[in-house]
Design a protein around this ligand. Structure first.
Ligand SMILES: Cc1cc2nc3c(=O)[nH]c(=O)nc-3n(C[C@H](O)[C@H](O)[C@H](O)COP(=O)(O)OP(=O)(O)OC[C@H]3O[C@@H](n4cnc5c(N)ncnc54)[C@H](O)[C@@H]3O)c2cc1C
Length: 450
C-alpha cells in the first residue's frame, strides 16, 4: 500500500461514507467533516432531508457493500432489514398489468436509509485512522502547494446553534460529497476555474411518504408492492416497501406536476388512483408517522469531466456530480460504484497524486453516462418534462424506442425480465440489453405484438 498523509471528505452522507472507506486503503489519515450533529441511533437529520423517503439499495450496491464492508449485510439483517427476491417477492404493476412473479435468485435487502447510513458510519468509526468531525460546514477550498491545485478546505464550525469560527483543514486530497447543494462549482470558480456544463431534466416528480405498522394479515404474495406510473397519461404511482421493525414505508409518487397530497384523505385517494390494491393494503393499516412530501427530484448533472483544466487534489462525488430522478433508486449505488473507481485509480497511481483527480473525474463521467440515459429516458415521455434537448440525438431516441419495446415484452419473457433486472439493478451495463441474443427476443415480441 502506498499511503499519502491525509484525505479530507466533506459530507458524511452515503457518497461520503463509501468514499471514506476506500480512501482508508490509500491514505494515512482520513478526515470526514459533516455539517450535522450525527445521531447515535438511526434517525432523521436535517442535512439529508431525502432520508425520510424510501431508499432502496440496488443489487450492485449490495454487492459493493459486501466487498467494502464485509458482514455489514448481516448486521443490517440483525437490525431487522428484510431479505427478498427481486422478482418473486415483488409484485409489480406496469403497463396496465401485474408482471408475473417467479424466483430470480437475486436477493435484495430492504430497510430505511437511516439504518444503512448509521451501520456504515459505525463500522467506519471503528477504524483508528478515520476521524469524524461533526458540526463543521465546508465553505470553500484552500489552495495547494502546486499551481492551481487544492490543498484543503475551509470549515465553519457551528457553536451553540450559531455559525462560528472558521478553520482550515489541509489535505492531499479533498472530496466534495456534500450532495445536491454542493458549492463545488462556485469554489472552483473562486480558484479561477471555468463553470462546467450543467444539464437538468425535470419530470416534476413528487413523493409523499408515510410509515405504517405492517398488518398481521398482510398479503402473503408479496413483500414489496410497486405500482408504476405510466407515461404519458397515468401519473399516479406508489409502493409499499418493508423496513426494519415491521414497518411498511408507503411512498406515493406523482409525475408531470401531479403531486401526492400529504393529508390523510388525499393521501389515501391518491393511493386508490394509483391502484386499488395499493389502497386496500394501507386503508386499514396503522399509521406511525405523518406523510412527508418531497419534490426536489430533477435529474441534475454537472459535467466536470469535460473541463479542459482540473485541479490536482480535488474530486467531486455523489449527488454533487449527478443527482437522479429517485424513482430508479440509483443514487446510493452509483456513489458506491464511483468509490470503487477511485480505489482503482489510486491503486494505479503508486502514491503519486498528480493527475489522479482529473482521471477520476473522467471516470465518474463514464459511470454516470449510461445511468443518466436510463434515468432521463422515461422522464422524457412525460409531456411536462423540461430539459433534455441534448438527449434527442437519433441514437438516444432509438435507445428509448428499443427500451420501450423491451419493457412491453417483459410480462411475456422471463429471460428478458432477468436481463432487464440486471441492468436495472446496475449489475450489468445498459449495453447488455442491446446484445444480439436479447435484441432478437425483443424484436420477436414486437413483431408478434403487431
Ligand atoms: C426523494 C429521494 C429518494 C431517493 N431514493 C433513493 C433510493 O431509493 N435509492 C438510492 O440509492 N438513492 C436514492 N436517492 C438518492 C440518494 O439519497 C443519494 O443519491 C445518495 O444518498 C448519495 O448522496 P450524497 O451522499 O451525494 O448526498 P447526501 O446523501 O445528500 O449527503 C450529503 C451530506 O453532506 C452534508 N453536507 C452538505 N453540505 C455540507 C457542507 N457544506 N459541509 C459539510 N457537510 C455538508 C449533508 O449534511 C449530508 O450529510 C433518493 C433521493 C431523493 C431525493
Amino acid at each position: 500500500m502506498n499511503t499519502k498523509p491525509t484525505a479530507l471528505v466533506l459530507g458524511a452522507g452515503m457518497a461520503g461514507l463509501w468514499t471514506a472507506r476506500v480512501l482508508l486503503d490509500h491514505f494515512d489519515q482520513v478526515v470526514l467533516v459533516e455539517q450535522d450533529e450525527l445521531p447515535a441511533q438511526p434517525a432523521f437529520r436535517p442535512g439529508a432531508p431525502q432520508a425520510r423517503q424510501y431508499h432502496i439499495l440496488l443489487l450492485r450496491g449490495l454487492q459493493i457493500m459486501q466487498q467494502l464492508f464485509p458482514g455489514l449485510d448481516e448486521t443490517l439483517l440483525e437490525a431487522g432489514a428484510v431479505r427478498f427476491d427481486a422478482i418473486e417477492d415483488m409484485k409489480v404493476w406496469m403497463g396496465g398489468r401485474w408482471l408475473p412473479q417467479f424466483r430470480s435468485g437475486q436477493m435484495m435487502l430492504s430497510c430505511s436509509r437511516v439504518l444503512v447510513e448509521t451501520v456504515m458510519r459505525e463500522r467506519l468509526m471503528e477504524h483508528p485512522r478515520l476521524t469524524l468531525l461533526e458540526g463543521g460546514k465546508a465553505v470553500g477550498l484552500v489552495t495547494g502547494a502546486e499551481n492551481g491545485s487544492v490543498g484543503g478546505a475551509r470549515i465553519r464550525w457551528r457553536e451553540r446553534g450559531e455559525e462560528g469560527r472558521e478553520t482550515k483543514i489541509r489535505a492531499d486530497l479533498v472530496v466534495d460529497a456534500t450532495g445536491r447543494n454542493s458549492r463545488a462549482v462556485e469554489w472552483l470558480q473562486q480558484l479561477g476555474y471555468p463553470r462546467p456544463r450543467e444539464v437538468v431534466v425535470n419530470s416534476f416528480l413528487g413523493y409523499a411518504t408515510r410509515r405504517y405498522r405492517r398488518p398481521h394479515n398482510a398479503p402473503d404474495d408479496w413483500r414489496m408492492l410497486l405500482v408504476s406510473a405510466q407515461p404519458p397519461d397515468k401519473p399516479h404511482g406508489g409502493l409499499v416497501f418493508p423496513e426494519e421493525n415491521d414497518i411498511w414505508c408507503v411512498m406515493l409518487a406523482g409525475v408531470n406536476r401531479v403531486y401526492p397530497p400529504t393529508e390523510e384523505t388525499g393521501f389515501l385517494e391518491f393511493a386508490r388512483q394509483a391502484h386499488p390494491e395499493l389502497y386496500e393494503a394501507i386503508r386499514l393499516a396503522e399509521p406511525l408517522s405523518p406523510a412527508y412530501g418531497y419534490r426536489r427530484t430533477d435529474n441534475r448533472r454537472r459535467y466536470f469531466e469535460e473541463m479542459s483544466v482540473w485541479p490536482d487534489g480535488f474530486v467531486v462525488v455523489g449527488d454533487a456530480v449527478g443527482a437522479f430522478n429517485p424513482v430508479y433508486g440509483q443514487g446510493m449505488t452509483i456513489s458506491a460504484m464511483t468509490a470503487l473507481a477511485l480505489d482503482a485509480i489510486l491503486a494505479q497511481s503508486n502514491g503519486d497524486l498528480r493527475g489522479v483527480a482529473r482521471r477520476f473525474q473522467r471516470q465518474v463521467g463514464r459511470v454516470l453516462d449510461p445511468v443518466w440515459l436510463l434515468a432521463t429516458g422515461s422522464d422524457l415521455a412525460w409531456p411536462e418534462t423540461e430539459g433534455g434537448e441534448d438527449l434527442n440525438a437519433l441514437s438516444a431516441r432509438f435507445a428509448r424506442w428499443y427500451i420501450g419495446k423491451l419493457l412491453a415484452a417483459l410480462p411475456h419473457d422471463q429471460t428478458l425480465r432477468l436481463a432487464f433486472l440486471d441492468v436495472n439493478q446496475l449489475v450489468q451495463p445498459v449495453d447488455s440489453l442491446f446484445r444480439p441474443r436479447v435484441a432478437a427476443r425483443v424484436l420477436r415480441h414486437w413483431v408478434r405484438g403487431g
